[in-house]
Design a protein around this ligand. Structure first.
Ligand code: SAM
Length: 297
């Protein structure tokens, strides 16, 4: 599967450093409303430089997974490894959301924000997420919604050829996908994940409004509208929390990583690499980052 490669990108400074305080604030309100505040183990898939990691401090173990080494390096520089007493312990994993290197049922909470929109095969990614959720585990997902007001207006004015009402995902720029809320919700149902709460987010993603209205006010307004907007989301961003059923398998004690080549859960951490005892594949550990992208073989 093609990967939207952020290696060496200036995502932190160029995207979040410029005029995005409103989006960041609105997303944090949604996260606070949906994220179980405490737990044993959380993973964020596509964590980037760890923008949202300060929301995870109620967990014992926080795994940040991303495909781009430079993003995770920045995350580690910001957060360190912390661990016992200082809570949480951070684990940095270079990996691919199509081949997650974790045993089934490992995580109380899985977070994915601004990341599904890079998935050409979103069903495969959602299946992988579902597999690593513990019984009754929570999945906090953000997705870019194609049925947003701007897209609807552009479509009605014939400035856009794809319909915001059609259920299938649309690739509006290479490797950037928007999803119909109904499509996402129905796929989660197929995976037996029960959608508990939805929030429509970023009502005011409009340049002149962001410049004219004080940011704190705009964020508070967004927060107040988020639950109401969820009845029929028309915002560019939608957050939700889904729950895994109680009868899922739990990860056996002492297991954690899973070989991305053969699926074995018996791996030995040798310090500078993790080795699969079944197929012999090796996964380097460099600068505190576990590299499970599986390029070494
Ligand atoms: C838009 S950023 C979001 C970062 C973070 N979640 C946030 O909200 O600030 C998308 C992230 O997804 C990662 N990504 C893209 N394709 C991936 C893949 N196949 N597997 C894992 N991560 C991927 C990118 O490297 C990038 O850091």
């Amino acid at each position: 599967m093609p990967i939207c490669d952020y290696e060496g990108s200036r995502y932190r400074t160029e995207f979040w450093g410029r005029d995005r305080a409103y989006e960041d604030g609105a997303e944090r309100l949604a996260m606070r409303a949906l994220l179980p505040p405490t737990g044993r183990r959380l993973v964020e898939i596509g964590a980037g430089f760890g923008r949202l990691a300060d929301l995870y401090t109620g967990y014992d173990e926080v795994v940040l997974l991303d495909y781009a080494r430079s993003q995770l390096r920045q995350a580690r520089e910001r957060l360190g490894d912390v661990g016992p007493g200082g809570r949480p312990r951070y684990i940095y994993v270079l990996g691919d959301f199509y081949r997650l290197p974790f045993v089934p049922g490992l995580f109380d909470t899985v977070v994915m924000v601004r990341t599904l929109h890079h998935a050409a095969d979103a069903p495969a990614v959602l299946r992988n997420v579902s597999r690593i959720l513990a019984p009754q585990g929570a999945f906090v997902l953000e997705f870019a919604s194609k049925r947003n007001l701007k897209a609807i207006l552009r479509y009605l004015l014939r400035r856009q050829d794809w319909s915001p009402f059609a259920p299938e995902p649309v690739e509006f720029v290479p490797l950037n996908f928007d999803f119909h809320p109904r499509w996402v919700l129905s796929y989660l149902r197929r995976l037996d994940l029960r959608v508990e709460r939805v929030r429509a987010v970023s009502f005011f993603r409009i340049g002149f409004l962001k410049r004219a209205v004080p940011n704190r006010l705009l964020v508070r307004l967004d927060g107040a509208l988020q639950p109401l907007g969820a009845l029929f989301p028309l915002t560019p961003s939608v957050f939700l929390r889904a729950r895994a059923p109680a009868d899922r398998p739990t990860a056996p004690p002492g297991t954690f990583f899973r070989c991305v080549h053969c699926g074995s859960a018996v791996l030995i951490d040798q310090g500078d690499r993790v080795v699969c005892t079944d197929c012999g594949a090796g996964f380097p550990v460099e600068e505190g980052l576990y590299d499970f992208r599986g390029e070494e073989g």
